[in-house]
Design a protein around this ligand. Structure first.
Ligand code: ATP
Ligand code: MG
Length: 422
């Protein structure tokens, strides 16, 4: 039997779990301010949901999916990303008449990648999808939501927004031809993957992380020179909108999305912090006006724009995060006191207080030591004598002062403390 963790997965606890929770809660709150409502789609979807939309030639479908046949011989895939699931939901629930729609999601995705710093096989994302919004204002709103999220995490200064336009289909077709004329003579110098992409998806070559490709890409024809009027105007409007909100951006004409359904604006938030290593994109997004059409195979266009952010990568940047709240420690001594403690703990917890009851410890000093390890704010100490007199000793762990209090008043004492805080 193997008791190892599966490669590329991790156990979260304490600091990593608290940071994870902080990121999810902060994203949820930022999304709420923009009236994006939370959706949870299944982790299991039929494989076709992804192969149809991401394209059989994409890296994800080609080599990164966790796919298996279930007992009924159905082809199932652990979702490698969430957008396709949200689009599937939109189509199956026939939500056209409810547009525009704003979704927020959080949860795990799975990709069979080579695990390294910032790259896992089970990773977690928060993300948003705005459906039914054709105007650049949709892009601006999504990007500003990302900014608010990073502000609230206190890491906005560590990140740079890079933005580009890949234009509409017409602009891209023109650019593709120029790109092919430039790259074809250089074919033998390209990486193996990029040689294959030359046939399937040349735009994606611009996104290559292989050193040998990077150099050639620098002098490749830029998509910016092929944007038609409509695409140009769209992009300029997004940039103007960001300026109006004082959101700094940097244009990166090599930024692309290799998937067919993306168009116009694409963007990423990157960190240049050394602790990120080469996995420095924490959030990636763009406009995907053709996704739902492609997935449904028919029907009206449903404009879409959204982003997904990797929680594990954001975790590297988080310094300050809320710690687990400080408890009240119960320190009963003897059988009867233990029984009273159970009852008292139940009452206090029902009132909303956090109560820690270090039962397995045998004597007073061990229990008190445990209480300070757990960062208790107060300790309630009571032995047989106190039970008889119906009093407790209440110790403020910060000031180390102790005073007696009748059992009947303990509840109201802490209730007051609770309302002090509010
Ligand atoms: P990369 O270029 O790093 O492979 P990607 O283009 O595959 O990223 P997206 O599909 O756009 O990534 O996912 C959005 C975000 O999710 C990424 O920017 C990253 O923060 C995170 N992410 C993607 N794949 C992983 C992974 N395997 N492990 C951890 N985080 C990931
Ligand atoms: Mg990837």
């Amino acid at each position: 039997m193997s008791l190892k963790r599966v490669r590329g997965t991790e156990d979260l606890k304490e600091e990593s779990q608290l940071k994870h929770n902080f990121i999810v809660e902060t994203a949820r709150e930022a999304a709420r301010r923009f009236y994006f409502q939370e959706i949870s789609t299944p982790i299991l979807e039929f494989t076709e949901i992804f192969s149809r939309t991401l394209g059989v030639e994409s890296d994800i479908v080609n080599k990164e999916m966790f796919t298996f046949k279930d007992r009924n011989q159905e082809e199932i895939t652990l979702r490698p990303e969430v957008t396709a699931g949200v689009a599937r939901h939109f189509i199956t629930e026939k939500l056209h008449q409810h547009l525009p729609l704003r979704f927020f999601y959080q949860g795990p995705s799975f990709r069979y990648e080579r695990p390294q710093k910032g790259r896992l096989r089970q990773f977690h994302q928060v993300g948003i999808e705005l459906l039914g919004e054709p105007s650049p204002r949709g892009d601006i709103e999504c990007i500003s939501l990302a900014c608010l999220f990073f502000q609230k995490l206190g890491i906005e200064k560590e990140l740079t927004l890079e933005i580009n336009s890949i234009g509409d289909l017409e602009s891209r077709t023109q650019h593709r031809e120029a790109l092919l004329s430039y790259l074809k003579p250089l074919k033998n110098k390209l990486s193996e993957d990029s040689q294959r992409r030359l046939k399937t998806n040349p735009l994606r070559i611009l996104d290559s992380k292989e050193e040998q490709d990077k150099e050639l890409i620098q002098s490749a024809p830029s998509i910016q020179d092929f944007l038609n009027k409509r695409s140009k105007t769209f992009f300029e409007d997004v940039l103007k909108g960001l300026d109006a909100l004082n959101i700094p951006w940097k244009q990166n004409s090599l930024l692309v999305r290799g998937l067919d359904y993306y168009n116009h604006c694409v963007f990423e938030f990157k960190s240049s912090h050394e602790k990120m290593g080469s996995q420095n994109t924490v959030l990636a997004g763009g406009r995907y006006d053709r996704l739902i059409e492609i997935m449904a195979g028919e029907g009206e266009r449903v404009y879409g724009v959204g982003w997904g952010a990797g929680i594990e990568r954001i975790r590297f940047l988080i310094q300050d995060y809320p710690s687990f709240p400080r408890p009240i420690a119960l320190v009963p001594l003897g059988e009867e006191a233990e029984n009273l403690a159970l009852k008292l703990a139940w009452q206090l917890r029902q009132e909303g207080l956090i109560v820690f009851h270090p039962r397995a410890m045998s004597n007073l000093s061990k229990k008190m030591k445990r209480a300070s390890q757990m960062r208790a704010k107060y300790a309630l100490i009571f032995g047989p004598e106190e039970v008889k007199n119906e009093t407790l000793s209440i110790k403020n762990m910060d000031t180390q002062t102790q005073k007696p209090i009748p059992v009947s008043q303990a509840l109201s004492f802490f209730k007051e403390k609770l309302s002090d805080k509010a």
